[in-house]
Design a protein around this ligand. Structure first.
Ligand SMILES: Cc1ncc(COP(=O)(O)O)c(C=O)c1O
Length: 360
């Protein structure tokens, strides 16, 4: 039997059918494709952080329950005392754990689309059915009636609502989200990955809805390299999910580093404030370009569509000029010729804009 035959005989067809999460090489390029925070920490803070890490015992396993880190997260992010917290190696891992726990035969995962690709990818990888409900094409708002129809007819085990949504950048109507939570027999995960740039949350509604879970990540706020995401919600759910979390999934350096910087959260918050301000400047600059449609954003990125040339050509042209953004053409019928750019420093945004003008 050839190796190819062995591979297709042994592997689950679902695994064969999905494609790997593609990360573009950014070598030598200005990296504006992944919603990273461009700012570093003041030198004195970097020095104290490095000093703190010298206390790490790398010969030992990490704190299995990440007790210190969790208590700091609870305080800093106002997680209600009676809610549980589950930590993931990035919120990607949290999504995986939730889906693993719900992957009964025939169970459905739902989300509006386009949205963050991992909801669909992980659902399919774990043999669940994924139902995507198209957003409204004009402004990417939620098609509430279509969502409610899916909730009623397909009874999703979980509905993911990225709030704000990636890659469209907008916040869905809050009352509409509430109606979906209220109508759902299954779980609703409000994914607040971009909270620092929207400053709106459902955290205080955890007490009201027992099917609501709130997911956050530290990635967009400046700690992408540490990989830490978390879920907050009723212990009845999270204690079950926790059984699927791999032991010691949050490594010692991540635990120590995040706990350290949360004591200086104002540094991260000030950076987010700068990014929010620059987002408005960049949006205006993009909107003032002839033949460019750019959508308002409550996130740290902007979705735009050049009308004069195909999106993939603009993407390639920018790359030739040393700027890497995200090409979304072909990922959804709603995103024809669309591109997504991360909001960065004034200097880097300026370099992007200059390159874009040349490319247009
Ligand atoms: C809406 C949303 N949720 C979750 C994630 C995953 O973030 P991480 O795994 O870095 O925590 C992303 C990343 O782009 C995202 O856009």
């Amino acid at each position: 039997m050839s190796l190819e035959e062995k591979v297709s005989r042994l592997l689950r067809p679902e695994v064969r059918a999905i494609s790997a999460y593609h990360v573009q090489s950014a070598e030598g390029l200005l990296k504006l494709d992944a919603m990273e925070n461009p700012y570093t920490w003041p030198l004195e803070l970097q020095r104290r952080w490095a000093e703190r890490l010298q206390e790490a015992h790398l010969n030992r396993y990490p704190d299995a329950v990440a007790g210190l880190l969790k208590s700091k997260l609870r305080a800093v992010f106002s997680i209600p005392d009676d809610m549980a917290v589950l930590l993931g190696n990035g919120s990607d891992e949290v999504i995986q754990v939730i889906i693993m726990a719900l992957a009964r035969p025939g169970a459905v995962v739902a989300a509006p689309e386009p949205t963050f690709v991992m909801y669909r990818g992980l659902a399919l990888a774990l043999s669940m059915e994924f139902v995507g409900v198209p957003l409204k094409p004009a402004d990417f708002s939620l098609d509430e009636q279509a969502m409610l129809d899916v909730v009623r007819e397909r009874q999703p085990a979980v509905t993911f609502l990225a709030w704000p949504n990636n890659p469209t950048g907008n916040l869905f109507d809050e009352e509409g989200v509430i109606r979906i939570i209220e109508a759902s027999p299954g779980l609703v995960v409000v994914d607040e990955a971009y909270y620092p740039f929207a400053l709106k949350t459902f955290m205080d509604r955890l007490a009201v809805y027992d099917n609501l879970l709130i997911m956050r990540t530290l990635s967009k706020q400046g700690l992408a390299g540490l990989r830490l995401g978390f879920l907050a919600g009723r212990p009845e759910w999270l204690e079950e999910f926790d059984k699927l979390r791999l032991p010691y999934n949050i490594n010692t350096l991540t635990q120590m580093s995040v706990a350290f910087i949360l004591d200086h959260k104002d540094v991260l918050d000030d950076q987010a404030t700068l990014i929010r301000q620059e987002r408005e400047v960049l949006l205006q600059d993009l909107q003032s370009l002839p033949g460019v449609t750019a959508w308002p954003s409550a996130s740290n990125f902007i979705l735009f569509r050049p009308e004069s040339r195909p999106g993939p050509e603009i993407h390639a042209g920018l790359k030739e000029l040393g700027v890497l953004i995200k090409d979304l053409h072909g990922t959804s019928p709603l995103l024809e010729n669309c591109l997504r750019v991360t909001v960065s420093t004034p200097e880097e945004n300026g370099r992007f804009l200059a390159a874009l003008k040349k490319t247009l």
